[in-house]
Design a binder for this molecule. Sequence first.
Ligand code: LLP
Length: 444
Amino acid sequence: MYLTGSSKVNEKQHLEIGGVDTVELAKKFGTPLYVLDEWEIRRRMREFVGAFKELNVSFQVAYASKALCTKAICYIADEEGLSLDVVSGGELYTALSAGFPKERIHFHGNNKTLEEIEMAVDQEIGAFVIDNFYEIELIERTAKEKGKVVKALIRVSPGIEAHTHEYIQTGQEDSKFGFNLFDQAQEAVKRVMQSKQIKLLGFHFHIGSQIFDMEGFDKAIERIADFYQRLKEQYQMEFPILNTGGGFGIRYTDEDQPLPIRSYVHALVEFVKNHFNARNLTFPEIWIEPGRSIIGEAGTTLYTIGSNKTIPHIRKYVAVDGGMMDNPRPALYQAKYEAVIANKMNHTNTEKVSIAGKACESGDMLIWDIELPKPEPGDILAVFSTGAYNYSMASNYNRVPRPAMVLVKDGKADLIVRRESYDDLIQYDLVPERLKSKKMIQSK
Ligand code: LLP
């Protein structure tokens, strides 16, 4: 059995995370429940920051909040000195309401709306990451109206195909993100450089997510270095920042073998050194945007086991009280997960079962063919590595309320997202008067 962070088996033979018995957590807060291991989040943030510090290079580690964006997480990222990558007005609003320092917020997105741009310009955030020509126009116009100068990076698509699921590749040439190197990017630089409203700090790329092989980063940085060199010749100036995005892989199952965080960072810095030195370019400040590698393995989801169905000689389905609504990743990306029965940690695995979600959808399967101790109704199933892109992609499909989230540390559990209620679910529903009056007439 593989346990990460502060997870262990306690004297009751229950799964414990952050010094808290998960079976007690399920009782107290209900299930499904997202459990986040605070020390593990902080340890990972510190490993990123520490790795840059030991190499003595200038850097910013921006937590990619799309992986999991709540106010408490923004507080932790701030305390650990991280910057924040946001991709929408909603993420920006969350960060601002958590008091996250504006100058350390970077704003991404391939179709930032005028309202979002106005909000970010008003708030004087640290940097825009400009994605397309229309956005240049919008930022230029908005900043001019407001009499402001904004800082920006330009996002380029380096034409690299990362070895990862097609839906989470982003750096290939045929991508909706960023300006293609070199033609489009060259034109984008020209336009931004002409603007009095935008100060261009450098460039950004992101080749994909859940990447283990660093070769794609090496190639991308080589291409970007060529681009910096061309710009140096053309404009007789160098840009001080290079943002290499996020994407560092984590462990979901034994099939995944991530590098230690420190090694990811060291490899990146090495690539930048090699390619920039070879072209006599000034070593830039490096910004990175890890999301999954900070929060993914720090999260565990607790479910209660309910019904089951055995199809002789074929399969046994065991259903839990959540599913694709709280974790759409298996349905979307065929993502694989590991799990244990939290109240049976000392039992041996005796059955091969498949874990089904409760959504009215055949594709709602959380785990296929997992070995577990005999699962019984009322048992607590703990699914690991659910910290990233679970709550942030959760839905109310089938009108199922979204789960609560607790942050555990040193034997204490604090609620950081409250469970949705049925009233929450109907709070935005409106009924036109004409429908109401019809019902009143019928009921008379
Ligand atoms: N920076 C940019 C520009 C990104 O687009 C992303 C992720 C990140 C940073 C953070 O990447 P990470 O370090 O978390 O891999 N929903 C998918 C993942 C989508 C990732 C989108 N962009 C999933 O559940 O696998």
